[in-house]
Design a protein around this ligand. Structure first.
Ligand code: PLP
Length: 396
């Protein structure tokens, strides 16, 4: 018996456990201090009423013989795929219902989609970014190359460095709005990536988990708003942030029919993969998800998104007042800032916790290029965000 030795190459992910441990130790040492947590990427507001009602009604249906449902379609119920079709129509994107595959969240599909691709593929990953891309590819033993975010490119890396190094990409991860930086690619920047992927014969894996935070109408919320993307891109999205589904679990992956590579149709392959390894999202959750995409549901959800964005504005404004270099916060729930006085990201974490009782996330946890930077999250109440900013102003 041999194990998959690539698992031994993974670095232990200490980021959030170390943050939790340090925060807990701080609370114990300062029992009277109110510790404010701006470190988490999890939502804090509850499910909206329309969703709760829809899921409650679905539970009742499941309790009656006449309306009980067992296994559903692996790809998702038609009512939900059609609701998503309409949602994308609103973005000016036409999708066939069988290009939309419901899943239990973006994280699963980010890893699962790799089943379709050869182990020898070259994978391009932005640095810094959501760590699951890297770990999922290390597990499969793929070659990973990074495209670096930095202050010069506003943490929106472009393909030039890959061209200069002569790297031949097969899979390209793009996360926009980005976690952790909150940066969002423009239409013309995404067009460059689409043209580059097309030229190289590569597939873009576009993570749109935070698309709902884009309020600027000039910024694209889907890769499929970019001409040519249907021939080179897969989009992975989620209800976690738009509807507070982090604990409910529902996402979707869009695989256009046009994706033909190496003798295989990617849509058909993903369908085959899902029907073999996945038995669908629960009916109750799908009814809740359907409610999100009604007019009333979307209005209620966007009220929560708007509250997070208002918090993000407060954080960004504070950074501006303190003359701290930062990006994000306009069309994203994250503000990415340069640690003052050239502190490392963990030094700044300790400083903020000790002096202001505020918890953030050290940038080093999102990749080598995150060192020296820090993520503050808008997922909290307005009162807590205001209080945290007041305290930060007091120490910087
Ligand atoms: N993609 C990004 C960029 C994320 O930040 C997250 C979660 O924070 C996910 C995907 C995972 O989302 P889900 O809850 O749908 O699995």
């Amino acid at each position: 018996m041999q194990i998959n030795k690539h698992f031994l190459e993974l670095k232990d992910s200490y980021l959030f456990s170390t943050i939790a441990k340090k925060a807990a130790a701080h609370v114990e040492a300062h029992p009277d201090a109110k510790v404010l947590r701006l470190g988490i990427g999890d939502v804090t507001r509850p499910l909206v009423p329309v969703v709760v009602d829809a899921m409650t009604a679905a539970v009742a249906e499941m309790g009656q013989a006449a309306t009980f449902r067992g296994y559903g379609p692996e790809q998702g119920y038609p009512f939900l795929r059609e609701a998503l079709q309409k949602y994308y129509e609103g973005k000016g994107v036409k999708l066939a219902a069988d290009e939309i595959f419901m899943g239990d969240g973006a994280k699963s599909d980010i890893g699962n989609i790799l089943d379709l691709f050869d182990k020898n593929n070259n994978v391009i990953i932005p640095d810094p970014v959501y760590p699951a891309y890297l770990d999922a590819n290390i597990m499969a033993g793929r070659n990973v190359y990074f495209v670096d975010g930095n202050e010069e490119n506003g943490f929106l890396p472009m393909p030039e460095s890959l061209v200069q190094q002569g790297i031949n990409p097969d899979l390209i991860y793009i996360c926009s709005p980005n976690n952790p930086t909150g940066s969002v690619y423009t239409r013309s920047q995404l067009k460059v990536w689409v043209d580059y992927a097309t030229y190289c014969g590569a597939i873009i894996l576009f993570d749109a988990a935070y698309e709902c935070f884009i309020t600027d109408p000039d910024l694209p919320t889907s890769i499929f708003e970019i001409p040519g993307a249907r021939r080179c891109a897969i989009e992975i999205a989620s209800l976690s942030k738009v509807a507070g589904f982090t604990g409910v679990r529902c996402g979707y992956t869009i695989v256009p029919h046009e994706l033909e590579f190496d003798g295989g149709n990617i849509n058909k392959m993903w369908n085959r993969r899902q029907t073999t390894k996945f038995n669908g999202v629960s009916y109750i959750v799908q009814r809740g998800a359907e409610a999100v995409f009604t007019k009333e549901g979307m209005a209620q959800c966007m009220e929560s998104v708007g509250a997070y964005l208002a918090n993000a504005k407060i954080i960004a404004q504070t950074m501006k007042e303190l003359n701290i270099w930062h990006v994000g916060g306009d069309n994203a729930p994250y503000i990415w800032l340069k640690c003052p006085n050239n502190m490392t990201s963990w030094d700044f974490f300790d400083f903020l916790l000790a002096k202001a009782h505020v918890v953030g996330t050290p940038g080093a946890g999102f990749g080598a290029k995150g060192e020296g930077y820090f993520r503050l999250s808008a997922f909290n109440s307005k009162e807590n965000v205001e209080e945290a900013m007041h305290r930060i102003k007091g120490i910087l």
